[in-house]
Each structure stands twice: as structure tokens, then as C-alpha cells.
Design a protein around this ligand. Structure first.
Ligand code: FES
Length: 145
């Protein structure tokens, strides 16, 4: 059911953990399953992502996609990181079963939420970045599941 790459990233996830004094932190919940993802970004003065870590209460597909997503954004500048969609992550993993596609959105949304946090703290605007809808802090007003 899962590709070798998915199994590899699930069993040996890259970049698990947290970053103290991160430049940006994003926490999002998946409306479909209630799972949670947090991403920490360390961004330098040239707006390059030097380090990235994640933590999740998510399923195996969420772990694998986040692991791959963190690998893909590391070393990129924030504009290029915006191009890393869940589709790009799934392609890098050689695909996910259709019922697990929603899991791959957690990583993308958490990265966007962390970039939003970074942009707010630094008073900048990142082209194409919108306020994260599923940011966990917003959840009070939210969403019927
Ligand atoms: Fe919740 Fe996959 S089932 S993230």
C-alpha cells in the first residue's frame, strides 16, 4: 500500500524535534482526522531556511510527508519554500494512497503557518502566503467537523 520511500521516511523520519527560539512556528490541525502538526523554522538574515524541525500527533503518512517536506524546504529561501506543495511532497515520496492525501496537507499548512509567524514577527510580506486557515490558535471560532 505504501511506497518504499514512504516507509523509509515513516520509520526513519528526518528533522523530528523542536528549535528553541525558532524564527517561526506553525501549528495546524487536520479537520478530517483531528491530527496535529507543528513545524519550527530557523531562518537567517538572508531569508534562507537554515533548519527545520517538526513534531506531530499524526498518522504514518503525516510523519512521512512531514519528514520529506522538511527535507525539501531546508536550505531554500522563503520564496522557494512556498513552492513546496503537498503535491511536490507526494511526488518526492513516489505517491500516497488516495485516502491518505489529506495527511500530506498537514505539513504544507504547518510550513505556511510557520512562515506566516515569521513574516508577522519581522513585519514582512511573503508573496502568495495567506493567513493559515487551520492554525490551531484559531480553532475556538472554528469549524464543524
Ligand atoms: Fe490524520 Fe493522516 S489520518 S494525518
Amino acid at each position: 500500500m505504501y511506497t518504499e520511500k514512504v516507509m523509509d521516511h515513516f520509520q526513519n523520519p528526518r528533522n523530528v524535534g523542536e528549535i528553541e527560539d525558532a524564527s517561526g512556528v506553525g501549528t495546524v490541525g487536520n479537520a478530517k482526522c483531528g491530527d496535529i502538526m507543528r513545524i519550527y523554522l530557523d531562518i537567517d538574515e538572508n531569508q534562507v531556511i537554515q533548519d527545520v524541525k517538526f513534531k506531530t500527533f499524526g498518522c504514518g503518512a503525516a510523519v512521512a510527508t512531514s519528514s520529506m517536506a522538511t527535507e525539501l524546504v531546508k536550505g531554500k529561501n522563503i520564496q522557494d519554500a512556498m513552492q513546496i506543495t503537498n503535491k511536490a511532497v507526494m511526488e518526492a515520496l513516489d505517491g500516497l494512497p488516495p485516502v491518505k492525501v489529506h495527511c500530506s496537507l498537514l505539513a504544507e499548512e504547518a510550513i505556511h503557518a510557520a512562515l506566516w509567524d515569521y513574516a508577522e514577527k519581522h513585519g514582512i510580506k511573503i508573496e502568495g502566503l495567506e493567513k493559515p486557515k487551520s492554525d490551531i490558535h484559531e480553532e475556538e471560532e472554528a469549524e464543524e467537523y
